[in-house]
Ligand binder design. Sequence first.
Ligand code: CAA
Length: 395
Amino acid sequence: LPAPSAAVLALAVRVPRRFLRLPDLAAARGADPDKYRSGLGCLEMGVPAPGSDAVTLAAGAARRLLADRPEEAARVGLCVVGTESGVDRAKPVAIWVHELAGLPRACSAFDVKHACYGGTAALRMALAWVAANPDRRALVVAADIARYPIGSPGEPTQGAGAVAMLVGYDGAGEAAWTPSPVSGTCARQVGDFWQPLYLRDARVRGRVSIEGYLAALDGALADYRSRAGDEPPPDHLIVHAPFPGMARKAHRQWAAAQGIDAPAAVAADFRARVAPWLWVNERLGNAYAASVFLSLAGLAERLGPRPGGRRIAMFSYGSGSCGEYCTGRLGGGAAPVVGADLDARAAVTVGEYEALRAECLALEADGSLRDDPEPSGDGATFLGVRDDERRYRRD
Ligand code: CAA
């Protein structure tokens, strides 16, 4: 058995109940559908319901994770949410999750933010906390809603989702995801993507963001190699996927760093190392901080239980910017049902997507509180705002 180590013991996901087919969006925006399908690689995008926000998505994933694990829930002493879709300048998403998931009073709860890197930063913090509190558990949730202006280049890459992770000591070698203690990091102030506090969607310099991402991968990988030394190549490479085409660019750069340059070899390597998880991103879109972990869940689902696990390399990128590269072991215990959740979604038209989006944004204003709204589907519903205070209902 491997030595006991701090790890993600189990994880659960939550995705929106509705989706939009991207050829429909291309037609509405007058774009070539091939640009979305072959250029960006996007097929569908998740569309959040009114009453669904970062809190309900995060709480939905957390409740799903802990529903059958009351003993584990009672041991949780740290609740950290990695998100860039926060709902208040002071009050963290994590304290709502703490209540809606029924966590113990003896617990600390707070959010971590650095764009799409927030979930990875939260997980790193929880792993260190568990090392100091080996008999306790931490709950980490990465949750986000990706929103760009209507008609902007980022619009076809939108999506949403949450992944909840139970972090603790793994004595039996059965954890879902055991990241290496050693990681490589790269931080650099870049004006590539940001979300002003007074707006509800992101601003982005597209090409600058792609360059910033690739530069961070370069820096984090070099730092990792200087710390970890020579290692055999991983079985799979997961990278933050704002859209599938970005994963392709990142893989090409990563493969070149491994000495794989010939186009046919790069394509075969991509099929083996990246394609087994990219299907989630193709069908869901970007879920910012949750994206790398949705990819991890998708890979686990595609591979099925495998004794001994698989070695995975993971690169997380947050605009602004910070990148982290690590390796780790994907265990047999990780088998969340992402595919079934994606299959169960209802398709919406472009008109319905635009109306749902407008309804979501209207709910953010004071006086929006509704008496009897449709349940969000997340297990908790955002009811709106009254007297400048958000209200939620456990469904
Ligand atoms: N058929 C096939 N391919 C086509 C095509 C067609 N008709 N038309 C265009 N393409 C290809 C282009 O060649 C291009 O591919 P390459 O990059 O491989 O050259 C691709 O489709 C996209 O075309 P454009 O570059 O013209 O697209 P754009 O500039 O309108 O928008 C984008 C692309 C800038 C990425 C935009 O989607 C965007 O702003 N996205 C949000 C920001 C983002 O995701 N950045 C990624 C890095 S930052 C990050 O990772 C953090 C995060 O989550 C936000």
